[in-house]
Design a protein around this ligand. Structure first.
Ligand SMILES: Cc1ncc(COP(=O)(O)O)c(C=O)c1O
Length: 440
């Protein structure tokens, strides 16, 4: 019999390319992976068939406090009674900008847009206007609007071919240069070749190797200063996660401009571009026009004000690090016991799952399918939220113990001797493999 999920998937694929507006949300591993999510609460989501999952996708990052987090939902409801958006700025716009400038090291002035990629495009426009240069170096994925360089990132996990990406004029692509994370030589080479033409370096941390930022960020700061380029930090994932002020806060390197988006409003669509008074002035007096009808939409700003207040009052970041570490230690132990060539790398609030390229080709698929089958929803980046309590992490590990056992039994262990070993695997709670919980 066709399930509600199958029906939604079929309808969606018929009417929408990818069957989803976000490429990374389109299900890849049916039937185990959910095709449509209908509700969420705390750290759990329920799909159209009523199956429950402990969720680590968290909308691919924005849900940093938890689904239906009361302080945020109440703030949205309250603002809804006053109106969604107006023909003049809401006081909230000023209040949230003030909070951003109080919390973020580089922030002297701030303005709002809706998506991360759009705000990065705004920063690039600002950098070009204030340096009167055209070339841009990009490190990592900075949103589809900015995927312009030959060989650069098209999506978080996908790299473009060595020519201009489809739909991008070659002359525009030629102004964008890609550089690898922590590729100091590549960076120096690009500056040596075209230093006087480089308006900006935009950098998004490589989450798996983020600790290399300790030396790489200072190098970026030094080279951009030497060559008069604007340094832009893409803190779309790292902001309000690695530290409140993102990697600039963690590593103590202050960029000229930065973008924060996921994590700023617990899922409401809001991005902020912020930075030094001098560079930000370029969109007021320097001729760079950046403007959007929805920039000051009040429901998202109300959510942001409430979220930032939670970040100020409570140790959200400490919680993300602690629960991420609890999960990492437990999962690493399970993987070791079963001999699966899968590594968890990076900082605990945003761990990156890295599959050994020399390992079995189907391991990733097999692992994700088994996790979904056992009621755990994962993404390459494991996003912890503030509603994941220690008991949720322990329950996740019980479920993943079953998943890892299934994957090892299917023949994916590095060492064949550990395949099929079952005595030391903890028992997962009954019926959870079916995702037995119902929506509250
Ligand atoms: C590091 C990074 N930069 C930029 C973006 C783009 O943000 P948005 O999808 O809100 O445009 C993403 C999205 O996943 C991201 O991970």
């Amino acid at each position: 019999m066709t399930s509600p999920s199958d029906t939604w998937l079929e309808r969606a694929r018929r009417i929408m390319p990818w069957g989803s507006s976000t490429c990374s949300k389109a299900p890849r591993y049916r039937p185990e992976e959910p095709a449509a999510i209908v509700s969420g609460k705390g750290c759990r989501v329920w799909d159209a068939d009523g199956r429950a999952y402990i969720d680590f996708r968290n909308a691919l990052g924005p849900i940093s406090l938890g689904y239906r987090f009361p302080a945020i939902d109440n703030a949205i409801r309250e603002q809804l009674d006053n109106g969604i958006i107006f023909g003049h700025p809401s006081p909230l716009e000023c209040e949230v900008a003030e909070m951003i400038c109080d919390l973020i090291p580089c922030a002297e002035r701030a303005r709002f847009l809706k998506t991360g990629g759009e705000a990065i495009a705004a920063c690039i426009r600002l950098a070009r206007a204030c340096t009167r240069r055209e070339h841009v170096i990009q490190i990592g994925y900075n949103g589809w609007l900015n995927s312009l360089a030959a060989g650069g990132r098209l999506l978080p996990g996908q790299t473009a071919a060595g020519t201009a990406p489809a739909g991008v004029p070659a002359c525009l692509s030629a102004l964008h240069h890609t550089c690898g994370w922590n590729d100091a030589d590549g960076l120096r080479r690009l500056f040596a070749e075209a230093g006087a033409q480089i308006a900006a370096v935009v950098v998004a941390a490589n989450l798996a190797d983020i600790e290399q930022g300790k030396l790489f960020y200072p190098l970026l700061r030094r080279l951009t200063r030497e060559h008069g380029a604007v340094l832009i930090f893409d803190e779309i994932v790292t902001g309000f996660r690695v530290a409140v002020g993102g990697v600039q806060d963690h590593f103590g390197v202050t960029p000229d401009l930065a973008v924060f988006a996921k994590g700023i409003a617990n899922g409401m669509p809001l991005s902020v571009y912020t930075g030094s008074r001098a560079v930000m002035a370029c969109c007021e007096t320097g001729g760079a026009v950046i403007s959007s009808t929805y920039g000051g939409e009040a429901l998202s700003l109300a959510a942001a004000k409430a979220a930032l207040s939670v970040y100020r009052a409570e140790d959200v970041i400490g919680h993300l690090w602690r629960q991420g570490e609890r999960l990492a230690q437990g999962l690493r132990r399970l993987l070791r016991e079963r001999g699966l060539p899968l590594e968890l790398k990076g900082f605990p609030p945003c761990l990156h799952m890295t599959f050994d390229p020399q390992g079995p080709a189907q391991l990733q698929e097999s692992f994700f399918r088994a996790a979904y089958r056992n009621g755990v929803s994962l993404y390459d980046v494991i996003y912890i939220n503030y509603s994941h309590q220690a008991a949720d992490i322990d329950e996740t590990l019980e479920r993943l113990a079953k998943a890892v056992k299934e994957v090892a039994k299917a023949g994916f262990a590095r060492n064949p001797e550990v395949r099929g070993r079952s005595s030391e695997v903890s028992k997962a709670p009954g019926a959870l493999g079916e995702g037995g919980l119902r929506p509250p």
